[in-house]
Write a protein that binds this ligand. Structure first.
Ligand code: FES
Ligand SMILES: [Fe+2]
Length: 342
């Protein structure tokens, strides 16, 4: 496998899971999720312990799930509550694996790995998604590519010029210096574009004419998060690469959960500190972001097919790929650390 275990992964948006069984394969494991009557989420292996029919096809009965094949009933703790033959004694040993789950930053997180190590304090800090004065919303896209190709894409925004030609691309992106820094398991790729003409989206958000300082700072966090700090401030407002709350600012939030080695659940969104009381803006932006990310998906799925069709060729890294290369090294190192005997 290519991903890090003993980590929290986003399994769903909070609004995707209700009382009905919801199936999704997370890091190679089929999982069924549902909410109990008290609203808490249950996650268990999506396979009946009897003949492995997906439990997500089952029937909800209060907080329990009855298999749709022969009627085995399991509780939210995964243990059998009723055998297919109702007169048969309930066998304690019959149970389904359950997973640790947590809800934070509008997402349902699932712990992949040793359940005893699951600690909600280890959930990646997506602070703009929950900060006072910020709004956060987004969407979900399944993508037929290795999750790491998507991380490469997000850690190198020079692709915007060609892939997002008509939306967010601007020539200055190819000219601005890129700085890549690594601090422990955190990679930061920054681009500072002083005195540029704001592209239409940012011009509209800022609501002021004149040249702007524009920034794009990509942050990678384990196991699979990219948060991109983006925005513009009027020239002379005092914005710097370290401190830039003077204009309009947003964070593009990206969480890549592997489904398999070549397919990914992409959870994306935008947290912003402007137009915070405008739900119309939120809805419009979500649509726009979906259009932009669909442009990436076309490229990424074609890239994945090409990788499969050319097994004798290797990916090469140029200067622009430094962020992605560093991220892969960090993931590999973290995986090696986990494999070392304690
Ligand atoms: S397969 Fe589920 S009860 Fe038989
Ligand atoms: Fe893109």
């Amino acid at each position: 496998m290519t991903w890090l275990e003993n980590s929290w992964y986003v399994a769903a948006w909070d609004s995707e899971v209700d009382r009905a069984p919801f199936a999704r394969t997370i890091c190679g494991v089929p999982v069924v999720m549902y909410r109990k009557l008290d609203g808490n989420v249950v996650a268990m292996r999506d396979a009946c312990p009897h003949r492995l029919l997906p439990l997500s096809m089952g029937i909800k009965e209060d907080d329990s799930l009855r298999c749709r094949y022969h009627g085995l009933r399991v509780g939210p703790d995964g243990a059998a509550e009723e055998m297919p033959l109702k007169t048969a004694a309930v066998k304690k040993a019959v149970c389904v694996e359950t997973f640790a789950v947590a809800e934070k930053h509008r997402f349902i997180w699932l712990w992949v790995g040793d359940k005893a190590k699951a600690d909600p304090a280890l959930i990646p800090d997506l602070w703009p998604c929950s900060a006072e004065g910020w709004v956060f919303d987004g969407g979900y896209s399944p993508i037929a590519c290795d999750y790491r190709l998507l991380i490469d894409n997000l850690m190198d925004l020079t692709h915007e010029t060609y892939v997002h030609n008509g939306s967010i691309g601007q020539p200055e992106l190819m000219e601005a210096e890129i700085e890549t820094e690594v601090d422990g398991d955190h990679v930061r790729v920054s681009r500072w574009m002083p005195g540029v003409d704001a592209p239409p989206f940012w011009r509209g958000a800022l609501k002021k004419p004149g040249p702007v300082d524009r920034w794009q700072i990509c942050h990678f966090l384990l196991p699979s998060v990219v948060m991109i700090d983006v925005g513009v401030a009027p020239v002379g407002a005092g914005a710097t690469i370290e401190d830039h709350d003077q204009g309009v600012r947003g964070f593009v939030i990206d969480f890549m959960t592997p489904e398999s080695e070549t397919t990914t659940h992409y959870f994306w969104g935008m947290a912003r500190n402007f137009a915070a009381d405008d739900p119309g803006f939120t809805a419009g932006f979500r649509k726009q972001q979906n259009v932009v990310f669909n442009e990436d998906i076309v490229v990424l799925e074609a890239q994945q097919r090409s990788i499969a069709a050319n097994p004798d060729l290797k990916l090469r890294a140029y200067q622009i790929d430094e962020g992605g290369v560093r991220v892969r090294r960090i993931i590999d190192r973290a995986r090696e650390r986990q494999m070392e005997p304690a």
